[in-house]
Design a protein around this ligand. Structure first.
Ligand SMILES: C[S@@+](CC[C@H](N)C(=O)[O-])C[C@H]1O[C@@H](n2cnc3c(N)ncnc32)[C@H](O)[C@@H]1O
Length: 248
């Protein structure tokens, strides 16, 4: 409760959660990829690969990656998609996108993935303009999760799909206790020591405290209009991948 209140206070003094989150990711953009690999013991790549399979684009299709950050999910989708497919990666933090842009340049994939600054809660795209929408570790950071899913539904064409990869609450008691011990105690310690970013890596566990569990997130997606919503728990439920479709 104390941690929750103090996080709320930090949001308020930064001008709102959106600004707090943007500044936070701006500060850690350079170490973000390395810390992800270390803190997830390399599992983050497998989680994104699993999620990307559900968005895989057909020829001529365009996908949207919200909170694209350093572009790893967009890259995972493009790797599993046919020729003539495109991704738009959107993020509120320019520093994260700059890191992503360097990666795309290195891989020669700037023509397939376009990175641009934009807000997942107010997507700057017309209705029904993309074939599918995905996100990895983004919705936990939104001020209003339902608003995010509503916007995704608006921009995806009828028959299109949504894929959401997020940290979750493991259902098993023993595994859950071990995970929370790691996530709330050890991970912030790694972030503080290796990443030299105390505030930033303490936000990480706190951002999960109020985040819904997998069945509740599924219900939220259905509430705003997504259909055929289902979820897959990975690695004992540390993360969950929710998928759904927009009725044709
Ligand atoms: C934990 S990072 C995930 C980055 C990337 N998707 C990945 O798989 O590593 C969360 C990202 O969401 C972005 N973000 C947070 N709120 C956002 C919003 N309202 N709209 C767009 N991006 C947002 C942050 O700037 C950050 O880059």
């Amino acid at each position: 409760m104390t941690a929750r209140l103090s996080l709320e206070e930090r949001f308020r003094s930064s001008g709102g959660k959106r600004f707090y989150v943007r500044n936070l990711f701006g500060r850690i953009a350079r170490i973000y990829d390395l810390m992800n690999r270390l803190m997830s013991f390399g599992l983050d790549g497998y989680w994104r690969a699993f999620a990307a399979r559900y968005l895989a684009l057909g020829s001529g299709e365009t996908g949207l990656d919200l909170g694209a950050g350093t572009a790893d999910l967009s890259l995972a989708v493009i790797k599993r998609s046919g020729p003539g497919t495109h991704m738009i990666g959107m993020d509120i933090t320019p520093e994260m996108l700059q890191q992503g842009q360097r990666k795309l340049k290195r891989l020669g994939l700037q023509d397939r993935i376009e990175l641009r600054v934009g807000d997942a809660e107010h997507i700057d795209l017309p209705d029904n303009s993309v074939d599918g929408c995905c996100s990895a570790f983004t919705v936990r950071n939104l001020s209003d999760i339902r608003q995010g899913f509503r916007e995704m539904l608006r921009v995806v064409r009828p028959g299109g799909r949504v894929v959401c990869l997020e940290i979750s609450h493991p259902p098993g008691k023993i595994f859950g206790t071990l995970f929370y011990l790691y996530f709330y105690k050890l991970a912030p310690l790694f972030g503080t020591i290796i990443g030299k970013a105390f505030e930033e890596y303490n936000y990480l566990p706190n951002s999960l405290t109020t985040f819904p569990d997998a069945p509740t997130l599924k219900a939220m997606m259905e509430e705003v209009g997504w259909s055929n919503v289902r979820f897959y728990r990975l690695t004992g439920g540390i993360v969950a991948v929710h998928v759904g479709t927009k009725l044709a």
